[in-house]
Write a new protein. Structure first.
Length: 277
């Protein structure tokens, strides 16, 4: 546990605990064990943002999306929830990021769709098993995440009656070279929302020949799906859904509005320790 000095709007100061210094970017409240003035707020020592003060049994920063207890406190006190660190995956083998290629940024999604009655998940087999994933696709301008998920599922699989039940608080970054496009490929920096839905029925429309040529649609049993999927960020997304977690406690890249944005979380941890502790 680390400690950081924090200033209050009334001119007072406190020393507060934080589990990982880089998570300060996700702090949305300060718990204080002592009394504090009415309407007083704390000032985030790194971002200078105003954050709420709540009374508790210790001095600590409340970081809802990176601590399970803090998440529960955010529900109790109606606190904001902000990402400080996002899971980050990079391509391997032929998908390793190439320095000679430009990088294209995309906002995309992973749609994990379950047929509960038969305990199966909707999957795709791409290039005869080379890539095995859930339905994935881009989010177009003006679309909500739910709208994009339903459109991609319809376009790629034909299934038209899907109910989206959950969109994770924690998206994931996949940074890779699009090797499947050959030498015309670019590096991709994709922020993927994790979506879970259920199939209402088996009604479907015909899938275009172009889509059929890209992948084969498969229903994979719940007991076999972890072995079927061979893409790491898809496996992370599945674990996120199955565990019903609302927080991320691992390493990744920073989400911030300053020079530390998208830097490695371990690197930023060291910088904050050096500059603020």
């Amino acid at each position: 546990m680390y400690k950081i000095k924090v200033h209050m709007s009334d001119g007072s100061k406190a020393i507060a605990e934080i589990k990982k210094p880089e998570l300060i970017y996700g702090a949305t409240a300060l718990m204080l064990e002592g009394d504090y003035a009415e309407n007083c707020y704390a000032i985030n020592p790194v971002t200078n943002e105003k954050i709420r003060i709540i009374k508790g049994d210790k001095n600590k920063f409340i970081i809802p999306l990176h601590d399970k207890e803090d998440y529960e406190l955010s529900l109790k006190y109606d606190l904001l929830r902000k990402l400080a660190v996002i899971p980050y995956f990079t391509g391997e083998g032929e998908s390793t990021i190439r320095e000679d290629k430009d990088t294209v940024r995309r906002h995309s999604l992973i749609a994990i769709i379950e047929d509960r009655e038969n305990e199966k998940f909707l999957c795709e087999d791409i290039q005869n098993g080379k890539y095995r994933s859930f339905v994935q696709g881009g989010i177009e301008n003006g679309e909500s995440i739910e709208q994009a998920a339903k459109r991609e599922i319809l376009e790629e699989t034909g299934y038209k009656n899907v109910k989206i039940e959950y969109i994770s608080n924690i998206p994931v970054i996949n940074h890779f070279f699009a090797a499947y496009k050959g030498e015309n490929g670019t590096n991709r920096f994709s922020k993927l929302e994790i979506v879970y839905g259920v199939l209402n029925n088996l009604d479907k429309t015909e899938v275009s020949e172009d889509e059929k040529s890209k992948h084969t649609v498969k229903w994979v049993s719940k007991k076999d799906v972890k072995d079927f999927i061979n893409i790491n960020h898809n496996l992370y997304a599945l674990e996120n859904i199955l565990s019903k977690t609302n927080v991320f406690e691992g390493e990744g890249i920073i989400v911030s509005q300053d020079e530390n944005n998208e830097k490695n979380s371990k690197e930023v941890r060291k910088a904050i320790i050096d500059n603020y502790m």
